[in-house]
Write a protein that binds this ligand. Sequence first.
Ligand code: TPP
Length: 320
Amino acid sequence: MKKKIIDFYKKISLIRIVENEISSRYNEGKMRCPVHLSIGQEASAVGICENLNISDRVYSTHRCHAHYIAKGGNINKMIAEIYGKKTGCCQGRGGSMHLFDESAGVVASVPIVSSSIPLAAGDALAIKLKNKKNIAVAFFGDGSIEEGIFYETLNFAILKKLPLLFVCENNQYSIMTHINERQPKNFIKKFDKLYDIDTYYCDGNKIDKVFNASKQAIKKIKNGGGPGMIVLDTYRFKEHCGPGDDLKLGYRSLKEFNYWKNKDPLNYCKKIITKNFINYKDLISKIDSENTKICNQAFKFAEKSPFPNKKDISLNVYCD
Ligand SMILES: Cc1ncc(C[n+]2csc(CCOP(=O)(O)OP(=O)(O)O)c2C)c(N)n1
């Protein structure tokens, strides 16, 4: 774990730096789409993706920046996409909610709640039919638990023993409605009792815990054990959609917010580094400054890139 923690920090810090930059520049009006930031939730994306190979296939949601970066998606193409530029990963047509990078195994990000789940299952079925060794991963929020397609997919995945990892990031809220107002108490904690699926529950802000739990889950899936589920408790620090803070809206209390702020996954990771390395200050500042460079380059790349050409509007709409 001592060596791994540096890799974890590199990714968590990169996601935090990139999303903070998006947040601070958003009001310039040059980003051409809504943004759903994952600040506060980085450890769940990194903890899972650090156990995946490039050939493993990730499906994500409207809140996809962290998953895309954690899986190794190209940062220049991500920021260019958010700027609506031709050099973006969807050629500027998708925006923040449609990040993908096939070369890194980020296959699709889709904003319709739950829609990542059946897509990942289809991929998992193809993987199984072709006897391949990789897996598909569906990231989704606690809101997906309220959609029928989640249960249809669960049913099919268990029946067909698909190599599929369901990852529920329980950040407690669906937009502004707390989970206790939407689901029976602890409903999300009962999947292993309701369904024949190995389910791991874990503090999603503790990178070592997420990493270890998903390592076990993924190992079993790769050994042909059928699908697995991991439920990660976490929290978003920013508003549901947009660059700002939303405590003034009153749907969540300052007390609750501060509780989770104290569990900031970036600080948690820093604390482990501090305990394990004498030169921790240098290590952390070197990683942060390298990540700042990567981030600044990506914004420069996006700003300099051209917009898509109007005459190309009908290209790449359908797959040949
Ligand atoms: C099928 C569908 N219904 C409603 C919406 C509107 N909507 C967008 S995000 C969201 C909340 C999703 O909450 P959750 O799944 O917990 O993810 P989080 O935003 O917390 O990451 C909703 C209801 C949608 N995009 N798709």
